[in-house]
Design a protein around this ligand. Sequence first.
Ligand code: FMN
Length: 230
Amino acid sequence: MIRDLSMPIYEVMSTLRAVRRLKTDPIPDAVLNRILQAAAWAPSGGNTQPWRIVTVRDSAIRRRVGELYRPQWQAYGAQARQNLAQLTGDARAKQERMLDACDYLGEHMGDAPVLLVFCFNPDLMAITDADLGRPSVVGGGSVYPAVQNAMLACVNEGVGCTLTTLLCFAEDALRSLLEIPQGWYTCAVMPLGYPVLGGHGPISRRPVEKLCYADTFGSRLDLDAISAST
Ligand SMILES: Cc1cc2nc3c(=O)[nH]c(=O)nc-3n(C[C@H](O)[C@H](O)[C@H](O)COP(=O)(O)O)c2cc1C
């Protein structure tokens, strides 16, 4: 067991936000080990744990991953900036700040001291919604809890992190760079590093009553308000 290192869990959950400006300082092995252990504790369908993490610390490989990410972000970010035109006031300013941070990560992904590349193997998954004629998400449920556990551990450790998925567009290049075998695919790349600015902190999310219903979809759920809700 890992003891006496923990922030209160609700504080961890409610301050997990994307931290995209990261220092180049190394992450101590003991800290990285706890983050990876948290991932390994995650549940998965049938407990098959159909995921692996390639922990990239080699600077040349990190730089190459960063070079693969940059054009993906540039293309996505250009579209996102166009969509800004529909926003005004605070909402626009907030979105602009986020895009500035995304631009920074787009340029500096390879400078983060650690990149966690999450891989998965669908042959090891029971994907119960595979044939329903709609986008399948159940398989991801055996991988993203590990991603989330790693991020929660990062908050606890004061390590900045962001879940990124744009590198799926460059999966073939990532596969050959990291020697990922056939049958395994990628679903997230998470840069880790100590934060340049404030790090994890307050988040902006919809209130519970907008997201959760009573008994039937859309029916209002009346619960006592949680004073700490964001
Ligand atoms: C499935 C998923 C994919 C994401 N992909 C990216 C990404 O490719 N690049 C990036 O900078 N952020 C990415 N993010 C981070 C989100 O943009 C971020 O969590 C969201 O805007 C909320 O911001 P906050 O977590 O800072 O509150 C992703 C998050 C999720 C959950």
